[in-house]
Design a protein. Structure first.
Length: 550
């Protein structure tokens, strides 16, 4: 068989790798869009013990096809006090195992799976709606993962007997340090350790990559995957970063030690399976499983050590001056001026998101400094709202065409909505939390859990709204507006649950009844404020009726 032309081979293997990366992302996107809120609830309620936390992390990574996505999600919980650092680290260790389980599942070769997954996935995606549509997206993504792996096998098949390929791969088999670095670098570049491991295992199965080299590259991919989460959370609070750093040290350090062990005793790989592919993929699972088993009993000690190494930062008494995005020199260019106003609204939304994250822990323990920062943020948002209105009014003095005039009105409306959302937090939720502290009241366990879960759901929608403000994506705008109705139904259900506890005569529920109900209404108001971001986009795309009246 003739060797393939180098350029042809590179195009084939690059295309297959690109499809693999995109397919893994497609599955993760489907899970995040359809099931992000249940996953958040699941992870939040896994803090009872370390084994449950690790199991929750493993399950979440299997669903999301990514331990990095779990790390970013959990870092948000730790940052706002919803989880302690030790529990967060236990979840990450479980997520690493879940990521390895995913690669095991995706290496199953059943020819009937591809057409079956594509057929069912496309039918569900085309005819479904909401979460059902996301199930179709997930099935299509799984099918494309299998297609990409078959493409890699087909492209690398002719290379098995190629002298040039054998020379290069033999070198990697001898130089495991280079193989380890290449594996870490590739996982970092594609931002997916799952995709990297699947590629390396497939190359090993085709006898293109020697087993020791494949093992070293897979271990390197573990280091690369841990680095991704580290970089993505650089701006997170110190509490959240301690957990990420601990996972990086454990996973990266363990990968380096395991690579050294394999280079010294390569015969150990023979115990992991009968074929090169099975040895490589089993190494990935055994490594992460062993790491979790060894490290789980010591997560408390590790976090205490990192607390000393990474102490809390002292608050800066001279904060940076806030710079407005409202450029007055752009008023003679209406399109650019409207973009400036949109940037300012994005800044308002981010401030309100920070307020929402900060206010929720105050229901458990009052913090005067945190309350002060919320009030200061609210004052800043009031000023930004006024500045946006005046800026848009000045822009309209010179006259705008119909489309730009409509966008100006939409931005003004969104600004007013965001201001009302800020009010709901600073004027209502903050005062309710203060009343709990002043009157020495406490929610019932079930009531407090309901508020925490509802707050998580609203925060998830706030993040989606900020994304929609940036990308103006009609599909995500539809998802955002649909979430408004879901939140309304959930709020009504929680109000009924609360009334039920009052009928049972629970003392905590009676004492905190008004605070509980007003908090739910305030959270719904915040959600409504951010959902307004999606309406102009859907109206422009024709996905929104001008009136709901028949």
């Amino acid at each position: 068989m003739e060797d393939p032309h180098p350029i042809q081979f590179l195009i084939q293997i690059a295309g297959a790798a690109a499809l693999l990366i995109w397919a893994v992302r497609l599955v993760r996107t489907g899970v995040e869009r359809g099931f992000a809120v249940p996953l958040r609830f699941w992870l939040r309620h896994s803090s009872k013990n370390r084994l449950l936390a690790a199991a929750s992390g493993m399950g979440a990574a299997v669903f999301l096809q990514s331990s990095t996505a779990v790390a970013v999600l959990v870092s948000n919980f730790v940052a706002k006090g919803g989880l302690v650092t030790a529990v967060g680290l236990a979840i990450l260790l479980g997520a690493d195992v879940g990521s390895a389980v995913v690669t095991q599942l995706l290496m199953v070769r059943q020819p009937i799976l591809i057409p079956l997954l594509l057929l069912i996935g496309v039918v569900i995606f085309q005819r479904g709606s909401g979460n059902t549509r996301q199930v179709g997206r997930i099935l299509i993504g799984l099918a494309l993962i299998f297609v990409s792996l078959d493409m890699i096998r087909a492209a690398t098949g002719p290379l098995v007997a190629s002298p040039g390929t054998q020379t290069v791969m033999a070198y990697l088999g001898r130089d495991l340090v280079t193989a380890f670095i290449l594996g870490a670098g590739f996982a970092w570049v594609v931002h997916s350790s799952v995709a990297a491991v699947l590629l390396f295992v497939t190359l090993a199965a085709q006898a293109v990559l020697p087993t020791p080299a494949a093992a070293a590259m897979i271990l390197g991919a573990n280091l690369g995957g841990a680095c991704i989460a580290y970089i993505l959370t650089l701006s997170a609070p110190v509490d959240a970063r301690r957990m990420i750093v601990a996972n990086l040290a454990l996973r990266g350090g363990g990968a380096i030690l395991a690579s050294f062990l394999i280079s010294t005793l390569p015969e150990l790989l023979d115990r992991l399976g009968a074929t090169p592919a099975r040895q490589a993929i089993n190494l990935h699972l055994v490594f992460n499983l062993a790491l979790a088993v060894i490290a789980l009993p010591f997560v408390g000690v590790l976090t205490k050590v990192l607390t000393h190494l990474m102490p809390d930062k002292v608050a800066n008494e001279t904060p940076l001056v806030t710079v407005t995005a409202l450029d007055t020199s752009a008023l003679d260019r209406p399109q650019r001026a409207l973009d400036c106003a949109a940037r300012e609204l994005l800044g308002m939304g981010q401030k309100i998101e920070h307020m929402l994250v900060t206010v929720e822990p105050l229901y458990d323990q009052w913090n005067a400094q945190a309350a002060k920062s919320i009030r200061e943020e609210d004052s800043a948002i009031k000023k930004m709202h006024l500045d946006v209105k005046l800026y848009l009014a000045r822009l309209g003095q010179n006259g705008l065409d119909e489309e730009l005039g409509r966008r100006s009105m939409d931005l003004a409306s969104i600004s007013s909505s965001l201001d009302s959302g800020s009010d709901a937090i600073a004027r209502i939720m903050l005062e309710l939390a203060k009343r709990l502290d002043t009157q020495k009241l406490q929610f019932s366990a079930q009531g407090r859990a309901e508020i925490a879960d509802f707050s998580d759901q609203v925060q998830s929608n706030v993040q989606l709204a900020l994304n929609v403000m940036m990308n103006q994506n009609p599909a995500e705008a539809r998802e955002l507006v649909a979430a408004k109705e879901k939140v309304r139904k959930v709020e009504q259900k929680l109000q009924r649950n609360h009334i039920g506890r009052l009928r049972e005569g629970l003392a905590e529920s009676i004492e905190t009844s008004n605070i509980h109900q007003e908090t739910l209404r305030a959270l719904k108001q915040v959600n409504t404020a951010f959902s307004m971001v999606g309406y102009p986009i859907l109206l422009k795309s024709g996905d929104l009726l001008k009136s709901r009246l028949v």
